[in-house]
Design a protein around this ligand. Structure first.
Ligand code: PGA
Length: 252
C-alpha cells in the first residue's frame, strides 16, 4: 500500500500558470546545479514548459549548456531525423531554442530494432541507457504526461512497478492517438523503447502535467488508484517527491 498523500496535486487557474511554475522550478534547479540532469517527455503536454524555458534562456540568460537530459522514450523503426522521431521533436521544441548541446542529450537507442526477436544482442542498449542515467548521477527532475490509457512514458497498461528500460508494444489507443501526426495508423510504429516505471521512480523529483478537460478523468483515476498495473500512472504513488500540476479544467 502506498501513501496517497505523497501525490500532491496543485491546481492552477490556467495551463500557462502551471507551466510557468514548473519552469521556475527547473530554472532554480539549473541555476543551483548547472549540470542538473533532466528527464523529459515529448507530446502536447510539455510544449508550453519547453517554450517558457527557451524564453528564459533567450531573455534571462538561463544557461543550459551543461545540463544533461534523458528522454523517456523513442519509437522503434524511425531514423533520428524522421519528422516524428522524438529526438528530432526535442531538438526543435527544446534543445536548440534552449541551447542544450546534442552531446548532452540521451535517448533510448532504437538502432537495429533493439530488443526485437532475432536482433543482434552484441550489447544491450536498454541496459546502456540505464547505465548512462546512473553515470550522470541519476535524474534530478523528470517531467511526465499521462496518456489516455493511463500510460506514463510508453509504460502501457500491464506495466510492472519494477519495470526498467525495455522494448514495448504500443497499445492500440497510443497508436491511434499518433495516427494523425504520422498520416495514417499504418505508419505509426508498433514498438518503442521506454524507461520503465522503476527507472522513472528513481528520479529525485517527479512532476506530472495534465491540462484540459480531456485529462480530467485521467487525473481523477491517477489520484484515486493505488499501484494498479492497469493504470500505470497510479504506480507513481509512493514516490517521495511527486507533484501533479493541472489546470482547472483537468482538475474537474
Ligand atoms: P499528450 O500525451 O501530451 O499528447 O496528451 C500524453 C502522453 O501520452 O503521455
Amino acid at each position: 500500500m502506498h501513501d496517497l498523500r505523497s501525490m500532491e496535486c496543485r491546481v492552477f487557474g490556467t495551463r500557462t500558470q502551471a507551466e510557468r511554475e514548473l519552469a521556475v522550478e527547473v530554472a532554480e534547479l539549473v541555476r543551483v546545479r548547472p549540470d542538473a540532469v533532466l528527464g523529459l517527455a515529448t507530446g502536447n503536454t510539455p510544449t508550453g514548459l519547453y517554450r517558457e524555458l527557451a524564453r528564459m534562456h533567450r531573455d534571462e540568460g538561463l544557461d543550459f549548456a551543461s545540463v544533461r537530459t534523458f528522454n523517456l522514450d523513442e519509437y522503434c523503426g524511425l531514423t533520428p531525423d524522421h519528422p516524428r522521431a522524438f529526438r528530432r521533436w526535442m531538438r526543435e521544441h527544446f534543445f536548440d531554442p534552449a541551447g542544450i548541446p546534442a552531446a548532452n542529450t540521451g535517448f533510448p537507442d532504437v538502432g537495429e530494432n533493439v530488443g526485437a526477436p532475432g536482433a543482434s544482442d552484441r550489447i544491450d542498449p536498454c541496459a546502456d541507457f540505464e547505465r548512462a542515467i546512473r553515470d550522470a548521477g541519476g535524474i534530478d527532475l523528470l517531467v511526465l504526461g499521462i496518456g489516455r490509457n493511463g500510460h506514463v512514458a510508453f509504460n502501457e497498461p500491464g506495466s510492472e512497478r519494477a519495470s526498467r528500460t525495455r522494448r514495448v508494444e504500443l497499445h492500440p489507443w497510443t497508436r491511434a492517438d499518433a495516427a494523425a501526426a504520422f498520416g495514417g495508423l499504418d505508419r505509426v510504429p508498433t514498438h518503442a523503447i521506454t524507461m520503465g516505471i522503476a527507472t522513472i521512480l528513481e528520479a529525485r523529483r517527479l512532476r506530472v502535467l495534465a491540462f484540459g478537460p480531456e485529462k480530467r478523468a485521467l487525473v481523477a483515476r491517477t489520484l484515486a488508484a493505488t499501484a494498479d498495473p492497469d493504470w500505470p500512472a497510479s504506480q507513481l504513488h509512493g514516490h517521495p517527491d511527486l507533484r501533479l500540476l493541472v489546470d482547472r479544467s483537468a482538475a474537474g
